[in-house]
Design a protein around this ligand. Structure first.
Ligand code: GTP
Ligand code: MG
Length: 217
């Protein structure tokens, strides 16, 4: 069948040492595969959200968002890390082409969610980073899982990596604002602002702890 031949060609093309081009048909197809991986995981995550509401009358998750990294940002990151600009290198080394953020009301929910994600069938955990217990120097706090899910394209299976970030509403608020301030094209982040952001992150952490205490009393 004609369709299958095209799929096989696509498969071989991708894994040849072909150079990445932002405006390339293969790039588009690959991004489509990544978005399929996101969709499959989002179904599972939203089911988990609904289940907790239905069975336990508990709001475990406030909202789920996702994004695919823009081609130019992928290429920029690969150049910065001195990676060879091939599709193979991108698939193997760039873990955040596909990203999902799960936002929870309380800090304690994060640990329930990450355990649930780790128990998803056909979902391999590649990496795990706990910036909740130990926030980054910037103040950034979130729980990260790099997972790999299989996406079927015809008879081929593509393992797709997805970065899942799990955080509270307050952490989400902080990281969105910090990201915006940090990447403002006009000027570099001053020392003063960086320090203020770390102070804000500490306030966010205190707020999260207080809210959890209030909920648990
Ligand atoms: P890359 O950053 O993807 O090269 O890999 P890494 O191993 O350094 O991962 P890390 O856990 O540091 O960051 C992964 C993602 O977390 C980033 O792409 C951001 O979305 C988010 N992140 C990490 N640090 C910060 C931070 O200081 N501020 C904000 N706003 N987001 C951050
Ligand atoms: Mg980083």
């Amino acid at each position: 069948m004609e369709l299958d031949k095209n799929l096989i060609k696509f498969d071989k093309d991708l894994f040849k040492d072909k150079n990445i081009k932002a405006k390339d048909e293969n790039f588009d197809k690959l991004m489509f595969i990544y978005s399929s991986g996101i969709k499959e995981l989002e179904v599972k995550i939203n089911n988990m959200k609904e289940q907790f509401k239905y069975f336990y009358n508990y709001n475990l998750i406030s909202n789920v968002t996702s994004r695919i990294k823009k081609p130019n940002s992928i290429i920029k990151k690969m150049k910065k890390k001195n990676y060879e600009l091939t599709y193979q290198e991108m698939i193997e080394k760039i873990n955040d082409v596909a990203g999902i953020r799960i936002v929870c009301p309380l800090k304690q929910d994060i640990f329930i969610v990450k355990e649930m994600v780790k128990s998803f069938p056909n979902c391999e955990i590649i990496k795990e980073k706990d910036y909740i217990t130990k926030p980054k120097k910037s103040g950034y706090s979130s729980y990260h899982l790099i997972v790999e899910v299989p996406v079927n394209i015809g008879q081929n299976i593509f393992p797709v990596k997805v970065e899942i970030q799990i955080c509270t509403m307050a952490m989400d608020f902080w990281s969105n604002l910090e990201h915006e301030v940090k990447y403002k094209p006009t000027k570099k982040l001053s020392n003063k602002v960086s320090k203020e952001l770390v102070t804000c992150a500490q306030l966010v952490n205190k707020l999260d702890d207080k809210m959890m205490k209030i909920y648990n009393t």
